[in-house]
Write a protein that binds this ligand. Structure first.
Ligand SMILES: [Zn+2]
Length: 255
């Protein structure tokens, strides 16, 4: 592809392209000690930030930076604190701003990895930019994750819910190929975006997929949600990922 043929990943115009952080810079600045990131494409744990270079100035400085500002507001109000198991939390949100922001992070992650399910996320770009209404083929779930008590040879150790992650969610057996579930998590807040192709809306299979979703459905028509007490431990969420990639994390931290 010639350089002049490159188009913005959001508006698809041949505008001047800029650097965009996969995770908003404002969030990275607020979490300076969280350095280990798992790169799906490279299949290894890397430090530093991921940058993509396929977003135009207009999108980056306009609609996308407005979403980042909103995400940082939510961080300062809610996401910065790690939930205690007995905490009951009132979460107030602007549904579309929240979902557009999360979808943007998920879409950024997918473009930096070799994920074949780009199309369902790519179709959201007019919505992410605020130029079209929300597609009906998407739902948002929220699970509050607290620390786990993990028995080790040294006694019981606390495994904290201090991480952020953007990744595809898989299940055993695998999810059907007409849907995709993306996790975007910051500390105790685990958001799951369910996307599906429109011809499956009324199908019983969709009900089955919904039953696999963790946490509670975030109601689009509401702006406030009382979150149930957390029952999910951080170790249980990350266990499979950490155990299957243990050597890669060890290599990163020990050099
Ligand atoms: Zn653009």
């Amino acid at each position: 592809m010639k350089k002049s043929d490159k188009r913005c990943a959001f508006c698809f115009q041949a505008n001047k392209l800029t650097r965009e952080h996969i995770w908003p810079e404002g969030i990275l600045k607020r979490l300076p000690t969280y350095t280990a990131r798992f790169n799906e494409n490279a299949d290894k744990v890397i430090g530093g930030d991921h940058i993509i270079k396929d977003v135009c100035v207009t999108c980056n400085n306009g609609a996308l930076s407005e979403l980042d500002a909103y995400g940082c507001t939510l961080f300062d109000k809610y996401f910065h604190a790690v939930a205690e198991p007995e905490t009951e939390l009132q979460f107030e949100y602007d549904y579309d701003k929240l979902l557009r922001w999360l979808a943007k992070i998920a879409y950024n992650t997918v473009r930096s990895s070799a994920n074949p399910k780009l199309s369902l996320l790519q179709a959201l770009t007019p919505y992410i930019l605020g130029q079209s209404v929300r597609p009906s083929e998407m739902e948002l779930y929220l699970d509050i994750v607290t620390h786990s008590a993990v028995p080790t040879v040294h006694g019981v150790e606390k495994f904290p819910a201090t991480a952020y992650r953007s990744a595809r969610v898989e299940r055993v057996p695998p999810l059907p190929d007409w849907c995709v579930v993306r996790l975007v998590s910051i500390n105790s807040f685990y958001f799951y975006i369910l996307l599906f192709e429109n011809n499956y809306r009324e199908n019983d299979d969709l009900a089955k997929v919904r039953r696999l979703m963790k946490g509670v459905l975030v109601p689009p028509e509401s702006a406030s949600l009382v979150l149930p007490r957390s029952t999910t431990g951080a170790f249980d969420v990350h266990k499979d990922h950490l155990l299957s990639n243990f050597d890669k994390y060890r290599k990163f931290f020990r050099g």
